[in-house]
Design a protein around this ligand. Structure first.
Ligand code: ATR
Length: 279
């Protein structure tokens, strides 16, 4: 009798976990590439997180994605951490090595960049300053990726000033702080304008932002994808600006994890986008 190797497993760990679209996304790729593996949502209570994660490699998991509230806590447990995860201070992708050690990476920032590049190929980090609205976890990943890619200046506007100051302190001289009330004015000369807050999401108020100062070739990005067309993007489109919705970042951030766990570099395309949006 020949030994049949167990199917490769991966998943997403969070608490609560019900809302995650990652199982649909990875499930679509698994069937597209005819891989006999599984991607499973795993709800772990915070008090069970460490033991739970440590048991996964023994159960056949090759790695997992992490979501709220574990993206920061994993860093003290991981055996090795990518430079970008260390810089962001959070990880969203774990790879379990054959020796049982845990490698933690953060693909949110490159997911963001890939999403913008594929939608607006004329944009480059060298195109000019970026205006980033918000200073939470998503902003950390995006600011970090923009600076690493070579953006000359990141203008940061956040309702709570001290949080923007902390980011400026962390990322250094290329970050400039903008008063929340004057965020719209800071769009002048920006090559890219990004909403990283949850404002505009279903159930939240819209982000009140005017594009009258924005350059005509500015790219406007929202990380919110429920709804797909936020008030922020609607206003930008009405001003003739190129808009990038939040689904692209979700899709592109998933690529490195899938490749590490299942050995195929998956394509991000319209079919995947439709599958995730209709789930
Ligand atoms: P995430 O990890 O998704 O980025 P977060 O770390 O909680 O979430 O950050 C949320 C961001 O949205 C913050 O920049 C927050 O601003 P504050 O630092 O002032 O809290 C911003 N945000 C949330 N609700 C907001 C609101 N009603 N008005 C303005 N900004 C808001």
């Amino acid at each position: 009798m020949t030994d049949i190797p167990p199917p490769p497993l991966a998943g997403v760990v969070g608490w609560p976990i019900g809302h995650s679209r990652s199982p649909v996304l990875h499930g679509h790729w698994l069937s597209r590439y005819r891989i006999k593996g599984y991607y499973i949502p795993i709800g772990l209570r915070p008090q069970d997180f460490e033991d739970g994660i440590r048991s996964l490699p023994r159960l056949g998991f090759r790695g997992v994605n992490l979501t709220i509230p574990f993206k920061e806590t994993i860093l003290s447990m991981a055996d090795s951490i990518s430079d970008r995860a260390a810089l962001i201070g959070a990880a969203n992708t774990l790879v379990f090595r054959e020796d049982g050690s845990i490698y933690a990476d953060n693909t949110d920032g490159i997911g963001f960049l890939e999403s913008v590049r594929s939608s607006a190929p004329y944009w480059s980090p060298k195109s000019g300053p970026a205006l980033v609205i918000g200073a939470g976890g998503a902003a950390r990943a995006i600011v970090s990726a923009l600076l690493t890619a070579g953006v000359p200046e990141v203008r940061l506007a956040n309702r709570t000033r001290t949080k923007a100051e902390m980011l400026k302190e962390h990322f250094g001289a290329r970050v400039t702080q903008i008063d929340w009330e004057r965020a719209s004015e800071a769009a002048a000369g920006a090559a890219i304008i990004v909403n990283t807050t949850a404002l505009g999401m279903v159930g939240k108020p819209p982000l009140n932002f005017g594009f009258e100062h924005a350059a005509p070739n500015a790219v406007v990005v929202d990380i919110v994808y429920t709804p797909l067309e936020t008030e922020f993007l609607k206003r930008a489109a009405e001003c003739g600006l190129h808009v990038v919705d939040g689904v692209g970042m979700l899709l592109h951030q998933a690529v490195p994890g899938f490749e590490s766990w299942f050995g195929v570099r998956p394509e991000v395309d319209e079919e995947l986008r439709n599958a995730v949006l209709s789930a």
